[in-house]
Design a protein around this ligand. Structure first.
Ligand code: MD3
Ligand code: FE
Length: 222
């Protein structure tokens, strides 16, 4: 792991906050959000979930349910069922349009992603104590040039990240409440997953567990 480089790549903003680059283009901003900011984001997410409740996605073809429950906000949301993975503008169960992206999320995108078009989707993942997410690539988006920005709230997760091919070396990182993770450049197509949640490691969620928010572009910015 290398510390913040002394030289600033040209695609980065001049005032990118302190971070560790854990793989090329994978930037870890530990403790980026203080408790007050975490609580405010959590309140935004609870309001989204009042309108767009968590649903249980299922695997394409087999229909096997995920252990992670999900919802979305913003113009588009990710969904998965026996018919396949896709982005769509409405909740798969209520069929209502996804709630608007809270302004605080768009502001974090501006600060950390430094991409000249706003996020189109915020995927909300909720992990109970036994939820996990197997190693995968995120490739349902039509544009991989935009970064993905991840925000963690609640219990710490053991996150695993490898390279662009399955079966290569991986490293394990503990993503804690308030951590921000940016996947840009080569790491945008890295294999990654959540091995497990460490219950009782945060007091942010009274019910326990973990929310992960990922801000994404889906379509080319043109
Ligand atoms: C690396 N979420 O929603 S966030 C996902 O903690 C997902 O819920 C995990 O993987 C979670 O698809 C990991 C960190 C993350 C997010 C997107 C990535 C890592 C990524 C996209 C490309 C490469
Ligand atoms: Fe992913």
């Amino acid at each position: 792991m290398t510390a913040t480089p002394a030289s600033t790549p040209t695609q980065m903003p001049a005032h990118l906050p302190a971070h560790l680059e854990v793989a090329p283009g994978a930037l870890w901003f530990r403790d980026a959000l203080d408790r007050e900011a975490q609580a405010a984001l959590l309140a935004d997410i609870r309001a989204v979930l009042d309108e767009a409740p968590l649903f249980t996605p299922a695997m394409p073809r087999t229909g096997k349910p995920f252990s992670v429950r999900m919802s979305n906000c913003g113009p588009l949301g990710w969904a998965s069922d026996a018919a396949g993975y896709r982005y769509q503008p409405f909740h798969p169960e209520t069929r209502a349009p996804w709630p608007a992206m809270p302004p605080a999320l768009t502001e974090l995108w501006t600060t950390y992603a430094a991409f000249p078009a706003p996020p189109e989707a915020c995927l909300i993942n909720y992990y109970g104590p036994d939820a996990r997410m197997s190693l995968h690539q995120d490739r349902d988006e039509a544009d991989f040039t935009a970064p993905v920005l991840s925000l963690s709230l609640g219990d710490t997760a053991l996150f695993r990240i490898g390279g662009e091919t399955r079966g290569g070396a991986t490293r394990s990182i503990r993503l804690a409440s308030g951590d921000i993770f940016l996947l840009s450049g080569p790491s945008r197509l890295a294999f990654h997953g959540i091995d497990r949640i460490l219950p009782g490691t945060s007091t942010l969620l009274p019910e326990g567990g973990r929310f992960n928010l990922t801000l994404r572009r889906v379509n080319p910015a043109t």
